[in-house]
Design a protein. Structure first.
Length: 150
């Protein structure tokens, strides 16, 4: 059974280059403006991953304009962690950091263990298959949490 959607959601991972931008983009594509959605990483040391862009484009999600950002940069740009109703961490490290940073807030922090696709596959086709698995895990989590998209 789908639960009610919070007003604001932050997806986070380690670099904000693969999993969290995929989750942000898919969430926006599926549910439109039903919630304010952003993503961030522990660090901002990588650009958006080309394989993530490709597998999201397959389902109509545009990621090529995404700009990676860290938690600190997110706050500098005006998105305070305390303003999010829900933080969804997609990696163990980002889950720990989100819990630490939100300890004084009434923010729900959840952990969705999404497979890291970056170290799998030797060929382009094998890498794309790995990224599709992660993308589909995100889709499955979104749909099971908030129901079928529009």
């Amino acid at each position: 059974m789908a639960s009610s959607m919070p007003q604001s959601i932050l997806f986070c991972c380690d670099h904000n280059a693969v999993r969290s931008p995929m989750a942000e983009g898919i969430m926006k594509q599926f549910y439109g403006t039903d919630a304010y959605v952003q993503s961030a990483g522990l660090k901002n040391d990588l650009e958006i991953d080309g394989f993530a862009i490709s597998v999201c484009a397959e389902i109509g999600v545009e990621l090529s304009r995404h700009r990676s950002r860290s938690f600190e940069e997110m706050e500098e740009l005006g998105d305070q962690l305390s303003s999010f109703d829900l933080i969804v961490a997609l990696t163990p490290a980002s889950h720990a950091k989100a819990q630490e940073l939100s300890a004084c807030f009434h923010t729900d922090v959840q952990f969705w263990p999404i497979t890291d696709p970056t170290s799998n596959g030797e060929t382009r086709d094998a890498k794309l298959a790995s990224y599709r698995i992660s993308r589909d895990e995100i889709v499955q989590n979104l749909v099971s949490r908030w129901g079928d998209p529009r």
